[in-house]
Design a protein. Structure first.
Length: 142
């Protein structure tokens, strides 16, 4: 198992730091977030240390997101929430605090008071087409 000795999530996987475990799969584990945005907020992480979603091999991405979907179904069934956010931040500028990739599964209900601070904008179709071309050109290296 690839491990970063300074990583708090690697320490959880090694059993050196306690966590309230929820589920496991071949390549991932799920446990309760210690700073929950809502009750039931759960994290899903790969067993091996990868910093971002872009660093994970496809089979690890599939396993982590497969477990995240199972956890989301379990939270909805057991906690009775109306919906959930499944979020994953990459880089400090995007709100990533721990440098070991993690998927947030957050139960949501109407009127739960959790703000969604992202502003939405209106894009011109020409601009969308040009951005699509730009990203397509990056797919060669992806
Ligand atoms: Zn780690």
């Amino acid at each position: 198992v690839a491990r970063d000795p300074d990583c708090v999530f690697c320490k959880i996987i090694a059993g050196e730091i306690p966590a309230a475990g929820v589920a496991e799969s071949d390549l991932a584990i799920a446990f309760m977030d210690i700073g929950p945005i809502a009750e039931g907020h759960t994290l899903v992480i790969p067993r091996d240390h990868y910093e971002t979603v872009m660093d994970m091999p496809p089979e690890v991405v599939a396993d982590v997101y497969g477990l995240a979907a199972r956890v989301a179904r379990a939270i909805k069934a057991s906690m009775g929430c109306e919906g959930l956010n499944v979020l994953q931040n990459n880089g400090a500028c995007a709100g990533q605090v721990v440098g070991h990739v993690h998927v947030h599964v957050i139960p949501r209900d109407s009127g739960d008071g959790i703000a969604w601070p992202w502003p939405s904008t209106e894009a011109e179709p020409d601009r969308l087409a040009s951005l699509a071309e730009r990203i397509k050109s990056g797919m060669n290296e992806a």
